[in-house]
Write a protein that binds this ligand. Structure first.
Ligand SMILES: Cc1cc2nc3c(=O)[nH]c(=O)nc-3n(C[C@H](O)[C@H](O)[C@H](O)COP(=O)(O)OP(=O)(O)OC[C@H]3O[C@@H](n4cnc5c(N)ncnc54)[C@H](O)[C@@H]3O)c2cc1C
Length: 387
């Protein structure tokens, strides 16, 4: 027998250091996350502060950023960490993506020196949590329509509006909020507890239940000029952050898929149907072979994009291609694995249905699959079909 990753000699594409990082993250997930994650999912409650500190000491928060207490690792190392985290649960990888690639990256890339010193070391250590507020109730795929405003009043800024579907919202110490100003879209750091900021959690989720999702209501939130991110002007600011987070998803989605496939292979070996192991039937083997192929292709694509990112040549269209393909295929793999587990596949005793419903969110956030198709369509034809 051979594992799905060994079929593609996946490890030969990685350096020794990258394999070590992957194994360390996997060990911590096995010890600290996997024993509890189904319960967090079922209850919809997770110890986010404690988890952030665990992930901070593991060094995965902002691990691809340089300086300010961040590990400064390469893109493939970061991707492999996302893969292992998402093999445990997409909600956990979401916490890390939002912290490192959205909130910390925004401060690291666009912040003042004072903002970086104030937030980044504590966020890298997991002592402080960040969230990223771009989406609004009426504007998700089209953030250019945002209604949240920031107006100058004397030396201050006053923010009004509502942000929706914000990961880490109610556990965040700081929200990176994007708002419309007279000079176009600008980013602001809004500390938790600022008067006028109300945070409400989204309840009744069926997906990403081991993740905090919130609404941020900004009602006359007054901020000093020092809260403005000086380096971000226009929508390219938040879109630059999203590109970072999407890259992590290219790897992460394959982690969820791998966990499903390994579970299904083990289950099919044990489960007897019509007096023979389920794994011995040709229909089963075709399903497993097809899934292994898509998993392998997705992993190869992820590493290829990682090397392009390390070389500094990756384009947003390439990240879109990776996000679209790998999340779509991961979801297909999760659904097919679910069929192999029969009725057991609908319980939280196995991780498969949890991954499947989580991946529904992953298909939608960080650019829906339709939007990434349109990005590729534009790249291939030169015609933008968004409007
Ligand atoms: C669990 C979760 C966590 C999230 N975390 C965050 C976060 O931390 N921060 C944040 O800012 N946002 C976050 N989001 C929001 C997410 O980014 C948006 O949900 C996403 O961008 C889609 O926006 P929407 O839900 O408003 O859907 P819509 O934009 O209303 O889209 C609805 C449907 O229309 C399709 N569509 C849209 N435009 C077109 C078009 N031009 N042509 C054809 N079809 C189109 C879409 O693909 C989709 O199928 C999160 C969402 C979820 C579910």
């Amino acid at each position: 027998m051979i594992t799905p990753t060994a079929l593609f000699a996946f490890d030969t594409l990685l350096t020794e250091e990258e394999r070590e990082i992957r194994n360390t993250v996997r060990r911590v997930c096995d010890r600290e996350i996997r024993p509890h994650v189904a319960e967090w999912f079922e209850t919809g409650e997770l110890p986010a502060r404690e988890l952030a500190r665990t992930l901070g000491s593991l060094g995965v928060l902002g691990m691809h950023l340089e300086g300010y207490g961040c590990a400064g690792m390469g893109a493939v190392s970061y991707g492999l960490a996302c893969l292992e985290l998402e093999a445990a649960d997409s909600g956990l990888r979401s916490l890390v993506s939002v912290q490192g690639s959205l909130a910390m990256y925004a401060i690291w890339k666009y912040g003042s020196e004072e903002q970086k010193q104030e937030w980044l070391p504590a966020m890298a250590a997991g002592e402080r949590i960040g969230c990223f507020g771009l989406t609004e109730p009426d504007f998700g795929s089209d953030p250019a329509g945002m209604r949240t405003t920031a107006k100058r009043e004397g030396g201050d800024w006053v923010l009004n509006g509502t942000k929706m579907w914000i990961t880490n919202g109610s556990v965040a110490d700081v929200a990176v909020v994007w708002a419309r100003t007279d000079e176009g879209v600008r980013g602001f750091l809004v500390p938790a507890g600022t008067p006028g900021l109300t945070v409400n959690d989204v309840k009744h989720k069926i997906s990403l239940r081991a993740s905090v999702t919130s609404e941020l209501v900004l009602d006359g939130v007054r901020l000093p000029d020092a809260a403005l991110l000086p380096g971000a002007r226009g929508l390219s600011g938040p879109l630059g952050c999203l590109n970072e987070a999407r890259f992590g998803i290219v790897f992460g989605a394959m982690g969820a898929a791998l966990d499903c496939l390994e579970t299904a292979i083990a289950y099919a070996g044990d489960r007897e149907v019509f007096a023979k192991p389920l794994a011995s039937y040709q229909l089963t083997q075709e399903k497993l072979a097809d899934m292994a192929l898509e998993l392998g292709k997705g992993l190869l694509l992820a590493v290829h994009l990682g090397r392009l990112k390390e070389a500094g040549t990756i384009t947003p269209e390439q990240v879109s291609a990776g996000k679209l393909n790998n999340v779509r295929e991961a979801l297909e793999i999760a659904r097919k694995c679910r069929t192999l587990l029969g009725a057991s596949g609908i319980t939280l005793e196995y991780p498969v249905i949890r991954h499947a419903v989580n991946l529904e969110s992953v298909l939608t956030y960080e650019g829906t699959s339709e939007i990434h198709s349109l990005v590729l369509g534009k790249a291939l034809t030169g015609i933008a079909a968004f409007h």
